[in-house]
Design a binder for this molecule. Structure first.
Ligand code: ATR
Length: 299
């Protein structure tokens, strides 16, 4: 058994399952992928549900997503998860569900016969995480998304608009990236008021202080020494602050928000909820939340 498999390992059952007591029938593909917590979480759910299958990591280089899908389908895989940088490439090689189309990315595949069907559980997983962690319906909140030009930010912004949040402020370092996103968001639901700002815009303070939920979807906070993406002047105690980063568990943004007395949470709950929703696409009767949460150390 390997920590990380390659495309070549998907050549036959004999190669793939050498030394394993159960067949690999689910996977996460990404590049790099060695760090992924998905196997820990999904294997716990498979074991708890009594499914004799393994969930593995497969390192797939950009440009090879179609081949990975085809090999997994031919080997009788139930499905797979798709992570960075393949969530857009995946859309080109499967039948994309309407909501994944609206969210602009695919993170979960179901192999059914000759078909590969693509779904997105990141958006609904974000909704469930916010509602579980803060106890409020996401649809009711005025939201600011920092780093909305990235892949995660775009999916979360689309999820907010599809739910009909009253007001959404999308913020990005480079404003140009928000143009196409704005058009997409406005076409999804004209009821949500959508405002785009650059991180440097002096009006950000005003918009941030008027919002209820602040979400960081940028990569700022991942690296040691990163600053908080938002200055303290943009935070107030009534804010709910969510950082999609979960390593470190307390990013500079969350540390600042906690100092201001905001309620905070991190991306581990989104990882959990998107994973549970993916698992239920493969096993509709399953209740995977509790074993998955335990495996991730969320009680
Ligand atoms: P992906 O699309 O894979 O999610 P990405 O394109 O690297 O990842 O996007 C990460 C997000 O973090 C983007 O919104 C990016 O802003 P830009 O679109 O302006 O590049 C944001 N980001 C990364 N480093 C940043 C920094 N030092 N300051 C502000 N925003 C940053």
């Amino acid at each position: 058994m390997k920590e990380v498999y390659t495309l070549e390992d998907l050549s036959s059952r004999a190669v793939l399952d050498a030394g394993a007591d159960k067949p690999a029938r689910l996977a996460v593909i990404g590049h790099p992928i060695a760090h992924s917590a998905s196997p820990r979480m999904h294997q716990a759910a498979l074991d708890a549900c009594g499914v004799a299958a393994r969930y593995i990591r497969v390192d797939v280089e950009p440009g090879h997503v179609a081949e990975a899908f085809e090999r997994m389908r031919a080997l009788g895989f139930i499905g797979c998860n798709v992570t960075v940088p393949h969530k857009l490439e995946a859309m080109l090689h499967c039948a994309v569900s309407p909501s994944a189309q609206a969210l602009g990315a695919v993170n979960t595949l179901c192999f059914e016969g000759n078909e590969a069907r693509g779904y997105n559980t990141d958006g609904p997983g974000f909704k469930n995480a916010i509602e579980h962690d803060f106890g409020l319906p996401l649809a009711s909140l005025m939201v600011v998304i920092l780093g909305a030009g990235g892949g995660a930010g775009q999916a979360i912004a689309a999820q907010c608009v599809m739910l009909g949040v009253p007001k959404l402020v999308v913020v990005n370092r480079s404003l140009e990236k928000l143009g196409p996103l704005l058009e997409r968001l406005r076409a999804l639901n004209s009821k949500t008021q959508v405002i785009a700002l650059s991180l440097e815009d002096p009006a950000l303070v005003k918009y941030a202080l008027a919002a209820e939920l602040v979400v960081n979807t940028s990569s700022v906070g991942l690296k040691a020494g990163d600053p908080s993406i938002l200055p303290i002047s943009c935070l107030k105690p009534e804010h709910l602050v969510y950082d999609t980063i979960y390593q470190p568990a307390v990013t500079p943004l969350l540390a600042l928000a906690q100092a201001v007395d905001c309620r905070t949470s991190n991306g581990k709950s989104m990882l959990l909820h998107q994973g549970a929703l993916a698992f239920q696409l493969w096993f509709p009767e399953a209740q995977p939340l509790s074993p998955m949460g335990k495996a991730l150390g969320i009680t």
